[in-house]
Design a protein around this ligand. Structure first.
Ligand SMILES: CCN(CC)CCN(C[C@]12C[C@](c3ccc(C(F)(F)F)cc3)(C1)C2)C(=O)Cn1c(SCc2ccc(F)cc2)nc(=O)c2c1C=CC2
Length: 391
C-alpha cells in the first residue's frame, strides 16, 4: 500500500521451476520434541494464502530483547529524537509475509533431495525464507529447525496443562511454554556454553532428519500444531542418498557439527560460519564436502583459520567471499528492513541484497548439484574402476 516506505522491498520469490509451499511441524508435547518450518515443492493453485513471516507476537519481544544491545542509554534517549528503537522497527514488520503458499499441497510424483537448515544466534526458524524458498523452488525439501538451546531469541513448545480433578472430563488443555535467548553472564566464558549448545543443536538436526525420514517411510506422526496439511503426501518423496545440511553463522557451526555425527548428511553449506562453538575434535571427524560462503565484513583471523583447518585435498572443501556483503546479507531482514533501518543496523552491505543472496544461492545450488546430483554416478563408477572415482 502507499504507506510503504520507498525502497521497502519484499523477500524475493524463488527463481526455480517449482512453486513453493510452506507449513510448520511440532512433535511431542515437550521441549525434547522437534519444531521445524518446511518449505517444499507444491501443487499449483492449492493455496492462495501467503505465509506469515513472524507467526507470533512473542517472537518480536524475544527479538527486541536480544537486540537490546542497540537500545540507546537513557540520558541520550531523553535528549534526542525518539530513536529508531528495535521495538518500533519490529512492530512495523507484523504484516510481512514470505512468498510461499501456506499449507499448499505437497507436489507428489518425484523424489526430492532434503536440506536441514539451522538458524543463527538470536534468530529462529522463519528468518531465512529467502534461502529456503529458493532451494524449494529448485526442487529441494527444506526443513528449517527451530532450536531449543536458548540460542533462539524466542521459541515455544506445548505441554499438557495440569488438569485438576474437577476438570477431569474437560478437553485436555495445551499450554504454550516460551524459551527466550539466554544472555551470557558478565565474565562468563563463552566457549563452554556454545559448545553445549552446538551439541544440542546437532542432535535437534539429526532428530529432524529422522522425523522427516519417518514421514517419508509412511510412519504415522502427530503434529501438535493443528494445521490442515496432508503429511501423507510426503511418503516415498525424499531421495535418501541426497541429504545435506545448511546453516548461517552459529547454524553453520551446527551444520559442521552435525556432519561429524551423522554420515547420512552427504555435504554441508556454511553461510558466514561462526567457528567458536566447535571443539578441536570436530576438525578430524568431518569427512564430507563443505562449501563456506562468507560475507566481506564477518571475517577475523581466528575464525578464518578454523575454516582453513577444515581444508583438505581428499574431499572437496571450497570457500568463497561475496564482496560488499555483510553478516545480515543471508537472513531475511536484509530484504524486509528499509534502507534507513538497513544502513543503521548494518543489515545491508554495499551490494544489492537481492544480488548477494542470488550469488550465494547459485553457488549453493552448484555445490549441491555436484555433491548430491552425481551421487548415483559416483557410486557406479566407483565399483567399475579400481581407481579413486573423481568428478
Ligand atoms: C548477542 C547480541 N549482540 C551483541 C551486540 C550481537 C547481535 N548480532 C548482530 C545483529 C543481529 C542483528 C539485527 C537483526 C535484526 C535487526 C532488526 F532491527 F532488523 F530487527 C537489527 C539487528 C543484531 C545484527 C549477532 O548476534 C550477529 N550474529 C548472528 S545474527 C542472526 C540473526 C539474529 C536475529 C535476526 F533477526 C536475524 C539474524 N547470528 C550468529 O549466529 C552469530 C552472530 C554473532 C556471532 C554468532
Amino acid at each position: 500500500g502507499s504507506w510503504r516506505r520507498t525502497g521497502f522491498s519484499r523477500i524475493p520469490e524463488g527463481k526455480g521451476p517449482y512453486s513453493v509451499g510452506c507449513t510448520d511441524l511440532m512433535t511431542d508435547r515437550s521441549v525434547e520434541g522437534s519444531f521445524l518450518r518446511l518449505y517444499y515443492p507444491s501443487q499449483n493453485g492449492t493455496s492462495s494464502e501467503e505465509t506469515k513471516w513472524i507467526p507470533k507476537r512473542k517472537y518480536y519481544c524475544g527479538l527486541s530483547d536480544f537486540l537490546n544491545c542497540y537500545r540507546m542509554p537513557k540520558e541520550q534517549m531523553a535528549k534526542s529524537e525518539p530513536m529508531l528503537t528495535t521495538q518500533s522497527v519490529l512492530f512495523s514488520l507484523g504484516s510481512v509475509t514470505c512468498p510461499a503458499k501456506w499449507n499448499a499441497a505437497f507436489k507428489t510424483g518425484e523424489k526430492y533431495p532434503l536440506i536441514i537448515f539451522s538458524h543463527g544466534l538470536g534468530a529462529f526458524r522463519t528468518l531465512y525464507s529467502a534461502v529456503c524458498i529458493e532451494m524449494a523452488s529448485q526442487g529441494f525439501v527444506v526443513a528449517a529447525v527451530e532450536h531449543r538451546d536458548n540460542s533462539s531469541s524466542a521459541t515455544y513448545y506445548y505441554t499438557e496443562k495440569p488438569v485438576s480433578e474437577a476438570q477431569e472430563e474437560a478437553l485436555e488443555e495445551l499450554q504454550e511454554e516460551w524459551l527466550f535467548y539466554k544472555k551470557l553472564k558478565r565474565g562468563e566464558p563463552e566457549f563452554p556454553v556454545r559448545q553445549l549448545q552446538v551439541q544440542q543443536r546437532a542432535d535437534e538436526c539429526i532428530r529432524a532428519l529422522n522425523l522427516i525420514l519417518g514421514i517419508n517411510s509412511g510412519k504415522q506422526m502427530v503434529n501438535v500444531l493443528r494445521l490442515n496439511f496432508d503429511w501423507t503426501l510426503l511418503k516415498d518423496s525424499i531421495d535418501l542418498n541426497r541429504i545435506a545440511m545448511m546453516g548461517h553463522s552459529f547454524g553453520a557451526a551446527t551444520a559442521i557439527e552435525t556432519l561429524s555425527k551423522e554420515a547420512r548428511f552427504k555435504c554441508a553449506i556454511a553461510l558466514d560460519a561462526w567457528m567458536l562453538p566447535l571443539a578441536d575434535e570436530v576438525y578430524t571427524r568431518v569427512h564430507q564436502p563443505l562449501l563456506f560462503i562468507n560475507s566481506e565484513k564477518f571475517q577475523w583471523a581466528s575464525n578464518v583459520l578454523k575454516m582453513k583447518k577444515l581444508d583438505s585435498t581428499d574431499v572437496d572443501r571450497k570457500m568463497i567471499t561475496i564482496r560488499g556483503s555483510v553478516h545480515q546479507s543471508f537472513p531475511d531482514f536484509t530484504f524486509v528492513a528499509g534502507n534507513l533501518v538497513g544502513k543503521f543496523f548494518k543489515l545491508k552491505g554495499e551490494i544489492d541484497p537481492n544480488m548477494a543472496i542470488d550469488i550465494s544461492n547459485r553457488a549453493s545450488l552448484a555445490f549441491l548439484q555436484k555433491h548430491l546430483g552425481k551421487q548415483l554416478y559416483l557410486t557406479l563408477s566407483y565399483y567399475w574402476s579400481p581407481h579413486k572415482a573423481t568428478i
